[in-house]
Design a protein around this ligand. Structure first.
Ligand SMILES: CC(C)(COP(=O)(O)OP(=O)(O)OC[C@H]1O[C@@H](n2cnc3c(N)ncnc32)[C@H](O)[C@@H]1OP(=O)(O)O)[C@@H](O)C(=O)NCCC(=O)NCCS
Length: 233
């Protein structure tokens, strides 16, 4: 599967006009090919799920493009699909089950509006051929006035059918680059996902520690969260 990262105009342009972050994309900065691997009988994640299929790989049509979006009604529906799929798959990402499409779409409409106001940067990963959204991540840019250098990563989500193909890693590379370009030098996040922890550790994030019983699973019951940070150079 080929993954391309696209980004907004250069750092200098963006600092001159932060609104250029919005709705602009398309300067390919990285293109790489990820060979498919055979995951036969491989144990995945903390939930103990085991793929028994002969060949389990990311079920993607072809190239994946990562791009930054703003207030773009076209992606709200695709983002809703991804969020509902992740929550129905058991991810603790801020929502309880049952999660209606209306509630999920209202969240994305608000997040996209916020992105268009420059309060956050929102990335989507899409199948290049079909435009289907398969993943997303955000960095929240608003912070108290004594922390202008800090951003917070949020809503790292990859549709179950697109997992284990490098989409999360590509999204993280794109969002870190975008955060760096708007002047952030420190990023923080927390996660309840062992799969996500491995992605972050691979990308050089530092584990701070675990907060017990921080949130609820979508079906109820307390879940811990692990806090990470990364200094951007
Ligand atoms: C956590 C999550 C975002 C990871 O997404 P992903 O796209 O599957 O992540 P990646 O593909 O980059 O990495 C996952 C694994 O696939 C492997 N992989 C990546 N590309 C691969 C390829 N081409 N072939 C084979 N394996 C590959 C990675 O090495 C990694 O292996 P590991 O789990 O043994 O460390 C996804 O599981 C998810 O959306 N979970 C639910 C939502 C959630 O909890 N989000 C976290 C909120 S903080």
């Amino acid at each position: 599967m080929e993954i391309q990262l696209s980004k907004t105009p250069g750092a200098r342009e963006r600092r001159a006009d932060p609104r250029l972050c919005i709705d602009k994309c398309l300067q390919t900065v990285i293109a790489r090919t990820l060979p498919k691997r055979n995951f036969s009988n491989r144990r995945l994640g903390r939930n103990g799920r085991v793929w028994n299929d002969e060949h389990v790989t990311a079920e993607l049509a072809g190239a994946i493009v990562v791009r930054q979006v703003g207030s773009d009604a076209n992606v709200a529906s695709g983002l809703t699909d991804v969020l509902v799929d992740c929550v129905e798959g058991g991810a603790s990402v801020g929502f309880m089950l049952p999660l209606s499409r209306e509630r999920a779409e209202a969240y994305w409409t608000s997040a996209l509006d916020s992105a268009s106001r420059g309060e956050r940067i929102l990335m989507v990963a899409e199948e290049e051929d079909t435009g289907v959204v398969v993943g997303t991540v955000q960095v929240l840019l608003t912070a108290p006035e004594n922390q202008p250098h800090r951003g917070e990563i949020a809503k790292m989500l990859v549709h179950r059918r697109a997992r284990r193909g490098g989409v999360a890693e590509a999204l993280m590379q794109a969002i870190e680059a975008a955060a760096r370009e708007v002047g952030k030098t420190l990023l923080v996040l927390d996660t309840s996902s062992a799969d996500a922890e491995r992605v972050y550790e691979r990308l050089g994030w530092q584990r701070v520690g675990v907060i017990p019983g921080y949130a609820l699973w979508p079906t109820g019951g307390l879940v811990d969260t692990t806090v990470f940070y990364k200094k951007l150079s």
